[in-house]
Write a protein that binds this ligand. Structure first.
Ligand code: HEC
Ligand code: HEC
Ligand code: HEC
Ligand code: HEC
Ligand code: HEC
Length: 183
């Protein structure tokens, strides 16, 4: 074996060991976090039973860096007509008319030193079998968020820590150098 190859191999082994150490040291589990919400919104009812597409309410995951949680305007697109006799919808209407917001509690919230972008992920998983049809984005989101369309209340379905990100990047030949996620 020539020396250059050996040195490169050694460097690779050391780097892998360092990465493993860092990854195992950064295990901060976030799975099954399910905070209380200020208002009883059901994904099961909307995205499951009524099959409203994820991107109707979360307009940006496919395009931008951040996803978004819908404002009351989006709710009122339907609820100015749908179920207006129900007490909860009257509560929504009242908040809307008074210009108030619903302060949803964040379920997923990575530290600021982590760079995450929905766009390349949505683009990559769009090419998976069954996910390539327009409007069918649930399968794309499920890679990380699980079957949200079956949930009454959203909870985290994965660890959402560094080990989780890096493992999936390795499996999918996505970049694993530190500056991918720390910029
Ligand atoms: C009718 C509107 C609507 C539809 C359709 C919808 N959502 Fe939501 N989503 C919301 C609202 C409102 C919240 C904030 C309250 C909550 O967490 O339940 C939310 C929260 C979330 C969160 C948690 C955000 C956080 O704080 O981290 C995820 C993840 C999510 N939705 C994914 C999905 C997926 C995947 C689909 C499609 C299967 C979907 N949503 C369809 C309205 C919607
Ligand atoms: C694309 C249409 C659509 C949008 C947008 C939508 N909803 Fe709904 N919502 C429905 C339908 C349909 C039902 C079920 C009505 C039924 O079964 O009688 C429903 C039911 C509900 C109910 C249950 C009412 C009851 O007591 O029976 C609540 C609460 C609710 N929606 C809240 C929201 C909130 C909050 C938003 C915005 C984040 C929202 N909805 C956005 C269509 C929509
Ligand atoms: C590769 C994994 C992955 C996929 C695929 C994914 N998400 Fe996320 N999502 C995340 C992570 C990580 C966060 C937390 C981001 C943060 O805290 O900075 C997040 C946060 C969110 C939030 C909270 C608001 C925000 O942007 O911080 C919503 C809503 C959401 N995702 C919806 C969706 C929807 C809808 C889809 C499908 C179109 C989807 N996500 C696909 C990993 C993913
Ligand atoms: C379910 C698998 C999966 C998970 C989990 C995942 N990623 Fe990714 N990530 C990918 C894939 C696939 C790509 C696309 C690579 C490509 O475009 O060739 C990607 C691309 C990226 C990119 C863009 C890289 C570039 O320069 O093109 C960033 C940034 C990123 N991921 C950050 C994260 C972070 C931060 C997390 C954890 C919070 C995470 N990812 C979790 C699979 C995943
Ligand atoms: C694919 C995305 C990704 C890559 C690549 C990545 N990290 Fe991280 N890193 C994260 C995420 C997500 C967290 C947040 C973990 C948490 O808060 O649980 C994190 C946290 C950290 C922390 C803080 C540890 C702690 O306990 O809060 C350090 C230090 C760190 N990473 C260093 C590195 C180094 C060095 C590399 C390169 C060898 C690297 N990261 C590569 C996603 C990544």
């Amino acid at each position: 074996m020539n020396h250059t190859i050996f040195r490169n191999l050694l460097a690779m082994v050391l780097f892998a060991a360092a990465l493993t150490l860092i990854v195992s040291g950064c295990t901060r589990p976030r799975k099954d976090y399910q905070p209380e919400q200020p208002f009883g919104f059901s994904h099961y009812l909307h995205a499951g039973q009524h099959e409203i597409a994820c991107q109707y309410c979360h307009t940006s995951p496919a395009m931008g860096r951040h996803s978004s949680v819908p404002s009351l305007d989006i709710c009122m697109n339907c609820h100015s007509m749908v179920s207006t006799d129900k007490p909860m919808i009257q509560e929504l209407r009242k908040a809307y008319d008074e210009g108030r917001k619903i302060e949803w509690t964040k379920v997923h919230d990575l530290p600021d030193f982590v760079y995450f972008d929905h766009q390349p992920h949505v683009a990559a998983f769009r090419t998976q079998e069954g996910n390539d049809k327009p409007g069918q984005i649930q399968g794309v989101c499920a890679n990380c968020h699980g079957q949200v369309n079956t949930m009454e209340k959203v909870s985290t379905q994965n660890e959402f820590n560094m080990g989780w990100c890096v493992n999936c990047h390795r499996e999918n030949f996505a970049p694993t150098n530190c500056t991918t996620c720390h910029r």
